[in-house]
Design a protein around this ligand. Structure first.
Ligand SMILES: NC(=O)c1ccc[n+]([C@@H]2O[C@H](COP(=O)([O-])OP(=O)(O)OC[C@H]3O[C@@H](n4cnc5c(N)ncnc54)[C@H](O)[C@@H]3O)[C@@H](O)[C@H]2O)c1
Length: 594
């Protein structure tokens, strides 16, 4: 029988603590919430009240429910108030010496059978536990932000945590309506070990002015379906907390350079730009603690956001694969005249058939009228000769991902197309500049990286090389808007924004399974329930294809020479074994029996 917890204590009412108090009080437990000073207590209490009032305003909690919940909470200054509780969760700043001091004191104040838990994200639970005389009753309970919403709790057992304590805490998580994964004491546990390298890399993109904060966030939301972009997430976590987590992970986690905090983070912390809690971080907020972003000097002006490009009416699409077909559909539906060029009539017939099938699906689903469908089909002309591109205003190339083929194509386009035409490549991994210098007009060459399936995905990465002109970038971005796609402008580096941030994270997840730290199932859970990702990394790898993922990871590694980007050997072995993912019914999981 698991232990019944009647009362709990929470130490520290900051970003996490205030949410954790709410979680416990919502489940009917009495909570003693303590802070270091009256001012901090007052701040923590108002954060919590603000969150509850928002829940009431949204109809997620009744006013009576809120009042009853608040009645279960006692607010106090100092740890002495925790003498009677059955469990304490510590949520003070991420410093080992501070946490050790608090645990030593809790050990003196709390009754002997009380369990002491830390919400640390990256510090060693073992090192915290040895500050007490009861290390077997010390455990990690790592909640996710915002604690009342995120379902996951990582339960961290050390080598001395007693099994009874683990069982009791697992049962408590269930009572709280949370899903727990129980793991051992390693820097960053599951979710943060996979998350923070990605967050740090996103900050380095801002620091290098590789893309804007808005574009990086939009890219990850629209390209990967994430609930928040990485910079908005840094603001939610708090830059001071994020700095400490990265720093600890760097020191504890094998000195992986990807965890060495990007200098910009430290500068922002020093300047008091801590994120939402201080009202300003990567974004500016209405007031400290508010989730509402307000415009600041970095907000792009909306004047450039309108208008259809007047100089683009007719578009050439070269290629006959999945991407080319989707791109033809997108342009034709948006009212552009399209010239499709493939390598032969047979291929054109197939593309035409696939286009019709896709448009018909739109009609069946009520997204398109029959007239719209027929008009879209009527806008496309089919050809097997590049010569038919002599009068188009824009060419989008979506042929095979081989540099020699693309370069030869761009050289031909240079000869055939009229001056001033925008020449775009959809490459996902090759340098756009290589295509540009295959022509005599590199200023007119740009990357237009559509996502698959192009008619569905709302994002296009507009890749500017060091030779692309501003006018070309502006036209390309305006074309995306006319297609109702969100254009994100970035520099010509391997993986652009989305793949550069996504694939190292997927590769890290593979390394985590390879090191037997956790299982594919638990890691998928952790990312979905802890971070709100629509799919876990292994589900996504199986969908994308392990061979495709390996190829992208290799490109990133070869371009950036970052040791942490080296493809996971397990990924290479699975590809060698032919386990390529869903397309062959076997990847990280076996789909043949499902
Ligand atoms: N921010 C996140 O997204 C997140 C997510 C999961 C876990 N965590 C972890 O939770 C812990 C707290 O992080 P946070 O982001 O809530 O920090 P925070 O800075 O927002 O809050 C810390 C609170 O602790 C209080 N405090 C400091 N010393 C104290 C003491 N001696 N006694 C009582 N209270 C004291 C501070 O006044 C402050 O209110 C850290 O270990 C962090 O790694 C953070």
């Amino acid at each position: 029988m698991a232990r019944e917890f009647g009362s709990v204590g929470v130490v520290g009412l900051g970003t996490m603590g205030a949410g954790i108090v709410e979680v416990f009080a919502r489940s009917g437990l009495s909570v003693t919430a303590v802070e270091i000073s009256d001012a901090a207590l007052h701040r923590g209490e108002s954060t919590m009240r603000g969150s509850l009032d928002r829940a009431v305003a949204k109809g997620k909690l009744s006013a009576e429910g809120r009042d009853a919940l608040l009645e279960r909470v006692t607010f106090a200054v100092g740890l002495d108030a925790l003498g009677d509780v059955d469990l304490v969760i510590e949520a003070v700043p991420e410093h080992l010496d501070l946490k050790q001091r608090i645990f030593a004191e809790l050990d003196k104040v709390c009754k002997p059978e009380a369990i002491l838990a830390t919400n640390t994200s990256s510090l060693s639970v073992t090192e915290i536990s040895v500050a007490t005389g009861r290390p077997n009753q010390v455990i990690g309970m790592h909640f996710f932000n915002p604690a009342p919403i995120m379902k996951l709790v990582e339960v961290v057992r050390t080598v001395v945590t007693s099994q009874d304590v683990v069982t009791d805490i697992e049962a408590l998580c269930e009572r709280l309506g949370k899903v727990d994964v129980t793991i051992t004491d390693r820097a960053g546990f599951i979710a943060n070990a996979l998350l923070f390298g990605y967050l740090n890399q996103a900050v380095s993109m801002v620091e290098a002015k590789y893309a804007t904060r808005e574009d990086i966030d939009a890219a990850m939301k629209l390209g990967c379906g994430l609930p928040m972009g990485p910079l908005a997430l840094m603001d939610l976590i708090g830059l001071d907390t994020a700095y400490e987590i990265l720093d600890t992970m760097y020191r504890r986690g094998g000195r992986d350079r990807r965890h060495a905090p990007v200098p910009l983070i430290k500068q922002m912390v020093t300047a008091g730009l801590l994120g939402r809690k201080s009202g300003r971080g990567f974004y500016t907020y209405e007031k400290p603690g508010s989730p509402v972003v307000v415009a600041d000097e970095l907000t792009p002006s909306s004047t450039a956001e309108h208008g259809r490009p007047t100089n683009i009416a007719k578009v050439g699409v070269v290629g006959s694969g999945t991407m080319a077909t989707g791109i033809i559909e997108v342009f034709a539906k948006a009212g552009f005249e399209v010239v499709s060029v493939t390598r032969g009539a047979e291929k054109s017939a197939k593309v035409c058939e696939r286009l019709k099938t896709s448009l018909n699906k739109g009609v069946v689903r009520g997204k398109l009228t029959e007239q719209d469908r027929d008009a879209a089909i009527g806008r496309v002309t089919w050809s097997a000769s590049l010569d038919h591109l002599s009068d188009v205003d824009l060419v989008v190339e979506a042929v095979v991902e081989e540099l020699s083929v693309k370069k030869a194509l761009f050289a031909s386009l240079d000869e055939i197309c009229k001056p001033g035409v925008v020449l775009a490549t959809t490459t996902s991994s090759l340098p756009v500049i290589e295509c540009a210098v295959a022509t005599e007009r590199p200023a007119d060459v740009v990357g237009l990286h559509f996502f698959n399936p192009a008619p569905v995905m709302g994002l296009v990465e507009v890749v500017r090389t060091i030779r692309t002109s501003d006018a070309t970038v502006q036209t390309a971005a305006a074309v995306c808007r006319a297609l109702a796609k969100h254009a994100v402008v970035c520099a010509d580096r391997s993986g652009f924004v989305v793949n550069a941030l996504l694939f190292p994270y997927l590769n890290d997840a593979v390394k985590m399974v390879e090191a037997s730290y956790s299982t594919a199932d638990d890691i998928d859970y952790a990312m979905k329930l802890g971070c709100g990702y629509p799919m876990g990394p292994f589900e996504l790898l199986d969908v994308v294809g392990l061979d495709v993922s390996l190829a992208i990871q290799r490109e990133l590694y070869l371009e950036l020479r970052e040791p942490g980007f080296a493809p996971a050997p397990l990924l290479e072995h699975l590809v060698t074994a032919g386990y390529l993912g869903r397309k062959v019914s076997r990847g990280f999981r076996d789909y043949s029996k499902r």
